[in-house]
Design a binder for this molecule. Structure first.
Ligand SMILES: Cc1cc2nc3c(=O)[nH]c(=O)nc-3n(C[C@H](O)[C@H](O)[C@H](O)COP(=O)(O)O)c2cc1C
Length: 183
């Protein structure tokens, strides 16, 4: 697959087979996340891989909210990964404060996408989940209360007949201008 093929093939997968995922395969995805760039090379992330079924289901439970019909698919995924936002280097903290830019959150977004693209190349499906009860997740995973969980990612094999959807995106000319901001 070319890079473009992987980018097109990556989509949010919201249906999974119960097939377990080899830890070696998960670590391959982590290896690619590890190579992501980050401000001052701070690498302000820690990945908690949840593959113990009962615990994983409790994490899935933390992604659903009564009356809001999203994220039920998380129960089907054999693995959920939680990305903890770690303290960046002091230099990045100072830069974040001076420039009013939350570098660590930008960094984990990039690492998360590296993870998802690698998973796609390996035939796995992923969905980033930003809607979850962070307090519950932290408690379940023993994450210190002063840390933030930036994202969850569901991971699993999609059903063989899971279709590649057309990407609904703004056209290039609506999202780009050369030399000056123009909309
Ligand atoms: C930061 C972030 C948070 C997201 N949170 C959720 C979520 O809680 N539930 C969900 O089903 N999808 C979630 N998504 C997936 C987006 O809905 C999806 O990426 C977008 O609609 C584009 O579709 P695609 O991923 O299939 O290309 C999230 C994506 C991102 C990047």
């Amino acid at each position: 697959m070319t890079f473009k093929d992987i980018v097109i093939k990556r989509q949010s997968v919201r249906k999974y087979l119960s097939t377990p995922i080899d830890r070696d395969i998960i670590i391959k995805c982590i290896e690619s996340a590890r190579l992501a760039p980050s401000a001052s090379n701070s690498q302000p992330w820690h990945f908690v891989i949840v593959d113990e079924p009962d615990l994983k289901n409790k994490i899935a439970e933390a992604t659903v909210t009564k009356g809001i019909p999203i994220n039920k698919f998380a129960f089907q995924a054999p693995v959920i990964v939680a990305i903890v936002v770690e303290m960046p280097k002091t230099i990045t903290k100072i830069a974040s404060w001076i420039k009013k830019r939350d570098f660590p959150w930008i960094d984990i977004g990039i690492a998360a996408e590296h993870f998802c693209l690698q998973a796609t190349e390996l035939g796995l499906g992923t969905c980033m989940i930003g809607w979850f009860d962070e307090k519950k997740v932290k408690k379940l995973l023993n994450i210190p209360s002063n840390k933030r969980v930036g994202l969850l990612i569901t991971l699993g094999y999609p059903p063989h007949d899971y279709l590649l959807r057309e990407k609904i995106r703004k056209p290039v000319e609506k999202m780009v201008s050369f030399n000056q901001y123009k909309k």
